[in-house]
Design a protein around this ligand. Structure first.
Ligand SMILES: NC(=O)C1=CN([C@@H]2O[C@H](COP(=O)(O)OP(=O)(O)OC[C@H]3O[C@@H](n4cnc5c(N)ncnc54)[C@H](OP(=O)(O)O)[C@@H]3O)[C@@H](O)[C@H]2O)C=CC1
Ligand SMILES: O=C(O)[C@@H]1CCC=N1
Length: 267
């Protein structure tokens, strides 16, 4: 873990990573947060862990983690550039922004890791794809790995060209699953259940299925088959979801749209 870390942008994703790192044992005294308007919950978390918020004269940290919106990088660049020296490990989670984009705004930076985590990082069940600039040293790679693996699974990529696809699959992916819980609950209401009962059942079904998938050595297809009694109710439902025009082409289209959008955010 780095001896000093500045988190720039403590919103949804920055906050999730910070929660995960603190749960992983990163001492708050090593951390500072820069954010123009941290939420009351973030301020409370920082206070509880002795984390400095918006320090007056921040100094170049060992690790500088960028979690502002991609659209905010140009405006933030001049304030961030002095914090990213030749020895600083920069970790960016900005969707779409390439290592070259980041180096443009942080001209002295050499070690830049472009990472795409996801929201379950807050409970250390995240999934991250990452790629490092060639100048990133072995020690810095180890530090980046310690940070990212502290909040879940890490897939190191040979180059950053796959990050937009990672963004579309696992970066945005939790939203697809939460939508599934919403849609399942709404379908339960349409099938006659009271709304609150449907919401509780759908939520626990998605959570329980996710937990089982996480703990089981079986492939998702095997677990699906385990639910599917021959000639039963699941087979009837899967006949709709697995039809030619069912979930698979819809998911392909959704992932392609997200990947396209990530490409548009570059620059
Ligand atoms: N949300 C997610 O699940 C994921 C997000 N990401 C990436 O994480 C980044 C943040 O996304 P998300 O957390 O959703 O967005 P949020 O808007 O929740 O968080 C961004 C935070 O950065 C703050 N901020 C804005 N400008 C600055 C600045 N100059 N210096 C410091 N802080 C600043 C914002 O403050 P204010 O609101 O006042 O502008 C806000 O608190 C994005 O680049 C996104 O691509 C990556 C993976 C998953
Ligand atoms: O929606 C977004 O652009 C960000 C990147 C991945 C998840 N949230």
């Amino acid at each position: 873990m780095p001896a000093s870390l500045i988190l720039v942008g403590a919103g949804k994703m920055g906050g999730a990573m910070l929660e995960g790192w603190l749960a992983d044992g990163l001492p708050g005294a090593r951390v500072a947060v820069i954010d123009p308007s941290p939420s009351p919950a973030m301020l409370a978390l920082c206070a509880a862990h002795g984390i400095a918020v918006n320090p007056a004269d921040p100094v170049e940290p060992e690790a500088l983690v960028l979690a502002i919106k991609p659209q905010g990088l140009d405006a933030a660049g001049p304030a961030l550039a002095p914090l990213a020296g030749p020895g600083t490990l920069v970790v960016s989670v900005l969707a779409g922004k390439t290592i070259a984009n980041l180096k443009d705004r942080l001209p002295r930076a050499r070690a830049v890791v472009r990472a795409m985590p996801n929201l379950p990082a807050s409970i250390r069940r995240g999934a991250t794809g990452a790629a490092a600039s060639p100048e990133t040293g072995e020690d810095q790679r180890r530090t980046a790995h310690a940070l990212l693996s502290g909040i879940g699974l890490v897939e190191w990529l040979d180059g950053e060209d796959l990050i937009d696809a990672v963004t579309a699959v696992s970066g945005s992916g939790p939203a697809y699953i939460f939508l599934m819980a919403e849609a399942l609950a709404a379908a339960g209401v349409a099938a006659g259940l009271p709304a609150e009962v449907a919401a509780r059942l759908a939520r626990q079904t998605v959570a329980g299925a996710g937990e089982l998938l996480g703990q089981s050595p079986e492939e998702p297809a095997t677990l699906r088959q385990n639910v599917t009694s021959p000639g039963g109710t699941t087979a009837a439902a899967l006949g709709v979801l697995m039809a030619e025009e069912g979930l698979a082409p819809l998911m392909r289209e959704a992932v392609a749209a997200a990947k396209r959008r990530a490409g548009e955010l570059a620059g």
